[in-house]
Design a protein around this ligand. Structure first.
Ligand SMILES: [Zn+2]
Length: 423
């Protein structure tokens, strides 16, 4: 009798553990709307195999998940402004879980799975690309941008219309990637960075001859590499990535400015920060198209020390202005291998505006007043840099000799060959 009971218990245990091993639980769904696609993220208890089908009339996307089951009903999604009309699930056969996405218009799906990162475990990501976005993307893929040749060999015969000084403003994180979280109010870094970025864009756009390019203007994730490709596509003169730092402990305070380093980080903390910020793609859900490592390497190889020198100079201008806004964490521009700063021909900096891990600074970061002051400080740093460059580096080739002499004494010498007009 005892033996029988043990045998039953054993087989029950064996059976349940077999079930638990076999079926991957699908337990949540999040939706993020970007200008050109809708992203759906399913949380999973483990990795799984999946297949995707596109059906028309009516437009649907069907995803079959092998050996999977729904552990709880999926949350209701807000379908306003989204391609998605409804999400349905079913169990067609065996252990397959079928997810049907009813669409309002045709869309191209792109799916991938992500391993655990940040606050998330295993995930299945489904991007529904708007049909016009797909066309543009394939066009862009067919015509890769030429390598960054900044100065034409010869001055153009007719003077071109003056190009605006374009400032690319990158609000860090977004969508699936909340960034760092505040301790006291659970403030999300992605919300603070967007608020400061929008305020900065407003200031830049008010300035004649300057134009702001917001890399993201909403709560969605943009891959790190796409952030700088977007800046390059718009021929940006500066790239500014806005963040709010978090470290263990509540004491650390103040702003820091970082530039890319070719050789390695200037200190351990800068290296750790770069690793943390670079991990955003794992958390935010990078798309397969972002993983163009060959392109990334080519871009990085073209990176020359001059862009980094310009970035350091710009970083110095920023620090001079930011010290009027609040405390400065480090008095010099620190360097590390930030993926988001790898635009080889655009001077680029990453600003950690304040420490969201410091409760007093978290409170400041939430306030519209501080966000405005921070944007104002960054804007003044941009102006300082633009004046110093007498129109911006991108227009160096069009610079007339008289403008060249307008540079301060010693300035042209320190900027080396870049201030010389090639004819
Ligand atoms: Zn960040």
């Amino acid at each position: 009798m005892k033996l029988l009971r043990a045998a039953v218990l054993f087989s029950l245990l064996y059976f349940t553990s077999f079930i638990a091993d076999a079926a991957v639980a699908v337990h949540n769904l999040r939706q993020w709307r970007a200008p050109d696609h809708t992203r759906l993220v399913f949380d999973l208890s483990g990795p799984l195999e999946h297949r995707v089908f596109v059906l028309t009339d009516p437009d649907r996307v069907v995803i079959d998940l092998d050996d999977a089951e729904l552990s709880s009903p999926l949350p209701e999604l807000d379908s306003s402004g989204s391609l998605l009309a409804a999400v349905r699930t079913g169990k067609p056969e065996g252990g397959t879980l079928r997810i049907v996405l009813d669409l309002k218009a045709p869309a191209q799906p792109r799916t991938f799975v992500l391993g655990p990162a940040g606050q998330y475990g295993h995930r299945l990501v489904i991007d529904l690309l708007d049909s016009n976005a797909v066309e543009e993307e394939s066009k862009a893929a067919l015509q890769p941008e030429s390598p960054p040749v900044r100065e034409p060999k010869r001055a153009p015969a007719r003077p071109a219309a003056p190009k605006a000084f374009v400032v690319a403003i990158d609000a860090g994180h977004g969508g699936e990637d909340p960034g760092a979280l505040g301790r006291r109010y659970r403030t999300r870094e992605k919300d603070v960075t967007l608020a400061i970025a929008r305020e900065l864009a407003r200031l830049v756009n008010q300035k004649p001859g300057m134009r702001a390019l917001l890399i993201r203007d909403g709560d969605y994730y943009v891959g790190l590499q796409n952030r700088f490709s977007k800046a390059r596509a718009h021929r940006a003169d500066l790239f500014i990535s806005i963040h709010a730092d978090a470290v263990p402990g509540r004491q650390a305070s103040g702003s820091s400015v970082y530039a890319l380093s070719e050789k390695g980080a200037t200190d351990a903390m800068a290296r750790q920060l770069a690793e943390k910020e670079n991990a955003a793609d794992l958390i935010g859900g990078v798309t397969l198209n972002d993983k163009d490592e060959v392109l990334a390497k080519v871009l990085l190889d073209l990176s020359h020390t001059k862009t980094i020198q310009d970035s350091l100079m710009f970083g110095g201008d920023l620090l001079s202005e930011l010290r009027r806004v609040g405390p400065i964490h480090t008095t010099h521009v620190r360097q590390a291998g930030f993926a988001v700063l790898k635009a080889p021909d655009i001077p680029s900096v990453l600003i950690e505006t304040a420490f969201i891990s410091n409760p007093a600074e978290e409170k400041k970061l939430r306030s519209a007043r501080f966000q405005r002051q921070m944007a104002q400080g960054i804007f003044q740093g941009i102006e300082r840099y633009a004046v110093r460059n007498a129109g911006g580096s991108a227009t160096a080739a069009n610079r007339s000799p008289s403008r060249g002499t307008a540079l301060a004494q010693g300035e042209s010498a320190s900027r080396g060959g870049s201030a010389v007009v090639s004819r």
